[in-house]
Design a protein around this ligand. Structure first.
Ligand code: ADP
Ligand code: ASP
Ligand code: MG
Length: 850
């Protein structure tokens, strides 16, 4: 992969400086296997005008594994220690082998690894026999993760004939010595780094420094807290007066919020250092909480960039202040918090309670994520990590023992299961009403705010909420401040969206006619068409002429393979072949009525998004649908299927909005068959059944065999899809279906069935008369709850919303927690190729970048 990392504009020019330096940090999440390490080496060795100093994290997951080994040792579980050590040893050896091409180099590295892991084992056994794990020993054990990954990177560089050298972090980063959470002594580190690293860089040696580690008192190894490699990088960047610091991570940049929490999170192209520092401090996992402190007075820009896509710009963190239209630029959520409340009248007017609270907790080594004092000064709330909740309470009880004994303070309360949400932006100070917008958005989403704190910097507002509300809260606030529009772009770079159309029937052809009319900045490009015979494909998009001839041909009932440039293939084969090409945001659009699951699976496996008008895939047996959803999740792909229920009506969209805003859908009812709707309203007008159905057939409303509509199976599939969204755990066979075809007519040939329609007229006339007598009308109704799904003929009172339906119109009625007395009703045309194609187009446009 070509790497041009240094061609990006930097904070200042390197012209004239012989040894302009930049710092690279390779994050743990990125360093997953040997291919990743080789990729890091490619990045380091790419041609550039600057010299690179490298910081590496431990290989993905290794720090956690080392901590687990330490914990097993403390508990005396020698067996778990041994398994853990063996596993890590094997993993490192395997990665090393994958990085080093020749046997001699491999052997040399293996010897280093053997030694390191033997030492680790002995140390851990020592801990196990004493059953005591001091913070010092823990740090010593855990530091090994980055030390070994750095060794592997150095070996890999040397194997590529580079002059690379391992530099022990403890020798250049001097810290305050706090085990597990040390902070560098910046002045001392400046001196050490200049004395040690500068000369290496001058000699064109490529230094590789283990991240996360520093030196404490008496030469002890200390760690800088989780995610500490970020801090190593910024400290080195500062001491070296680097041109820039690049943090290579597994995300496209610093985003508006954690993309794992809010799918619409966007890359923030630029952030002011103060904003980024605040975000990090308030727990955005993407940066170590104190990573930006070394850069408060030194203007070195930091770039957070995607390791997997080194040419993408990522996020710039610098002294500039851009995106002023956004008062809020990002938000962070921290789960697993305990809310400690200190109450008492004694706080009134007593200075320094907050300061003493802080001091007590700091002494106990507990970090406070949020502190809020009620204006009455009657109470102080603060958040600490859940697992420290008890310790915090004890520490505070000790610190305020006197006040408690005098009853000036009533007591301390610790409440777990909380989360904090912080919004951050420099523009907040200048725009009033940010807090109230945030609170309104939260309350609309049904999220209860337990405590509020506004940072004195006016750069952030944080709230405490219940942990179970975290996701809903993040989404609501993200939407409120329109953070999905920031930077104007999606997560992916390309401004294209490639459509592969599966099925070129009536809906497909209508869709092809509509696509060129769409008014988005990014117009979807049709790259492939697939039918039962085979497919046509053009990676740059099929031309209008090619599309027109395909449409004409299909309308005339001929297969795609009669086109000159078509290939014969089954649908899964076609998808697989198409997927081997470089496509931009590819989406497979299924407008067939076939069993297309195999083709859809291939598409998902190739990272394609899916748009369905076809009802079959999602009404398939439960296990298959679950597997499909899991596959989509694994590939970060979306499955949109607005038109599988109610054609062009916004049924799924409304459902999603209800759920997103924290509502709960209790029941869905409706009429979702345009054909049956037409039939029953005509019968209601007094027309005989045979005549009404004949009319429906003549208008093309029915399937070739009208019993396919009358059987209710089509409605049953829609009902099942809806019910599954509500949590229904059954299959199509669990749907109670009331067929409108009497038993005797079910297996006769179509022609005979059509010829004997009049025989059923009397039965229908009687049904209608009975309903009329009760002041009711006949409707074919779907009812779905999380536990029961049924479709069938019903007489509904005239006052019921469904009674008002005319012709082929569909209606869906949502009864929800909020819409209980007055359910949410969606009505409109629910059948026909045009409305369905429009719904499909809408789904496709949902996937295009804004
Ligand atoms: P590194 O590999 O450098 O240690 P981390 O794994 O610590 O990187 O940080 C990246 C992770 O941070 C992502 O996987 C993402 O889930 C999480 N994250 C949380 N908040 C954000 C945010 N605002 N922007 C980007 N990533 C975020
Ligand atoms: N390896 C350490 C951690 O997982 C430090 C880091 O990756 O920055 O926390
Ligand atoms: Mg990290």
């Amino acid at each position: 992969m070509p790497a041009r990392s240094s061609t990006r504009p930097a904070g200042r020019s390197s012209a004239g400086r012989a040894t302009a330096v930049e710092v690279f940090k390779f994050g743990g999440a990125s360093l997953a296997d040997s291919a990743a390490v080789r990729h890091a080496i490619d990045l380091i060795l790419a041609p550039r005008t600057t010299r690179v100093v490298n910081v590496v994290s431990a290989l993905a997951g290794v720090t956690d594994a080392l901590l687990a080994i330490a914990a097993s040792a403390r508990d005396g579980d020698v067996k778990a220690v041994d398994t853990g050590v063996d596993r890590l040893h094997a993993r490192h050896a395997h990665v090393g082998d994958g990085v080093l091409p020749n046997i001699r180099a491999r052997k040399a590295l293996r010897r280093e690894l053997d030694e390191a892991f033997e030492e680790l084992r002995m140390l851990a056994h020592g801990v196990a026999s004493l059953r005591e794990l001091t913070p010092r020993t823990r740090d010593f054990l855990v530091a090994r993760g980055e030390q070994l990954s750095a060794r592997i990177v150095v070996a890999g560089l040397v194997a590529r004939k580079a002059k690379a050298q391992y530099v022990e972090a403890a020798e250049i980063i001097q810290t305050d010595g706090v085990f597990g959470n040390a902070f560098p002594d910046l002045a001392a580190t400046d001196r050490l780094v200049r004395a040690t690293l500068r000369p290496l860089v001058k000699r064109k040696v490529i230094p590789v420094v283990p991240g996360f580690v520093g030196g404490g008192e008496g030469g002890a190894l200390v760690t800088l807290g989780r995610g500490g490699s970020d801090l190593t990088a910024t400290v080195l960047g500062r001491s070296l007066k680097a041109e820039r610091i690049t943090l290579w991570k597994d995300v496209p940049g610093l985003m508006t919020t954690d993309p794992r929490l809010v799918p619409t999170a966007r890359i923030v192209p630029q952030l002011n250092v103060r904003e980024a520092a605040e975000l990090a401090y308030y727990g955005a996992k993407v940066l170590h909480p104190r990573a930006l402190i070394p850069l408060t007075r030194v203007r070195v820009p930091v770039f957070v960039r995607p390791f997997a896509e080194p040419e993408a710009p990522g996020t710039e963190i610098s002294v500039r202040h851009t995106l002023q239209r956004y008062p809020v630029k990002a938000l962070s959520i921290v789960r697993g918090q305990a809310l400690i409340t200190v109450t008492g009248n004694g706080m009134l007017g007593v200075p320094g309670i907050a300061a003493r609270t802080f001091a007590a907790l700091q002494q106990a080594g507990i970090s406070v994520t949020l502190i809020s004092q009620a204006s009455s000064e009657h109470s102080i709330c603060l958040c600490v990590p859940s697992e420290r909740g008890k310790d915090a309470k004890v520490a505070l009880e000790r610190a305020f023992a006197l006040e408690l004994s005098r009853r000036e303070l009533e007591g301390m309360d610790a409440q777990t299961g909380m989360a904090t949400l912080a919004v951050v932006g420099l523009g907040m100070a200048g725009s009033p009403g940010i807090a109230s917008r945030m609170f309104t958005a939260l309350s609309r989403a049904g999220v209860n705010i337990v405590a509020i704190a506004q940072g004195s910097s006016e750069l952030n507002i944080s709230v405490v909420i219940a942990e179970r509300d975290a996701e809903a809260a993040a989404r609501a606030v993200h939407d409120e401040f329109q953070l999905d529009k920031i930077g104007g772009g999606g997560v992916r770079r390309d401004d294209r969206l490639d459509v592969v159309l599966l099925g070129v029937g009536q809906i497909g052809r209508e869709l092809l006619r509509m696509l060129p009319l769409s008014r988005r900045r990014v117009r979807p490009t049709v790259v492939g068409l697939i039918d039962r015979s085979g497919f046509v494909f053009e990676p740059d998009g099929l031309s209008p002429r090619q599309l027109a001839s395909a449409v004409a041909l299909k309308a005339a009932g001929k297969p795609l393979t009669s086109l000159a440039h078509a290939r014969k293939a089954s649908a899964p084969e076609a998808v697989q072949w198409i997927a081997t090409h470089a496509l931009a945001r590819p989406v497979l659009v299924d407008v067939t009525a076939d069993d297309t699951l195999p083709a859809i699976r291939k598409a998902l496996a190739a990272d394609m998004d899916i748009v369905l008008a076809n009802k079959k895939p999602l009404s398939a047996p439960r296990a298959e649908v679950a597997a499909l959803r899991a596959l989509a999740e694994q590939h970060g792909a979306r499955i949109l299927h607005e038109t599988t229920v109610g054609a062009g009506l916004p049924v799924m969209d409304s459902y999603a909005k209800l759920v997103e805003t924290g509502d709960k859908v209790l029941r869905v009812e409706g009429c979702t068959s345009g054909t049956l709707g037409f039939l029953l309203t005509e019968i209601g007008k007094g027309r005989p059944f045979s005549e009404a159905l004949g009319d429906a057939m003549a208008r093309g409303y029915t399937e070739p065999d009208p019993r396919d509509d009358l059987s209710g199976m089509d409605v049953a599939r829609k009902a099942l899809i809806l019910a599954r969204m509500l949590g229904f755990e059954g299959d199509l066979t669990d749907v109670t279906v009331d067929s409108l075809v009497p038993e005797a007519y079910r297996s006769m040939p179509v022609a005979k069935f059509k010829a004997t329609l009049a025989d059923q007229d009397k039965m229908w006339a009687d049904r209608q008369a009975a309903a009329t007598k009760q002041g009711k009308v006949l409707r074919y109704v779907l009812r779905a709850t999380p536990t029961k799904v049924a479709v069938g003929l019903q007489a509904v009172p005239l006052s019921h919303p469904l009674a008002g339906l005319r012709g082929t119109d569909n209606q869906i009625v949502f009864t929800t927690k909020r819409y209980k007395e007055h359910p949410l009703v969606i009505t409109g045309p629910g059948a026909g190729p045009a409305v369905t194609a429009a719904g499909v187009l809408n789904d496709i446009l949902q996937l295009t970048p804004a």
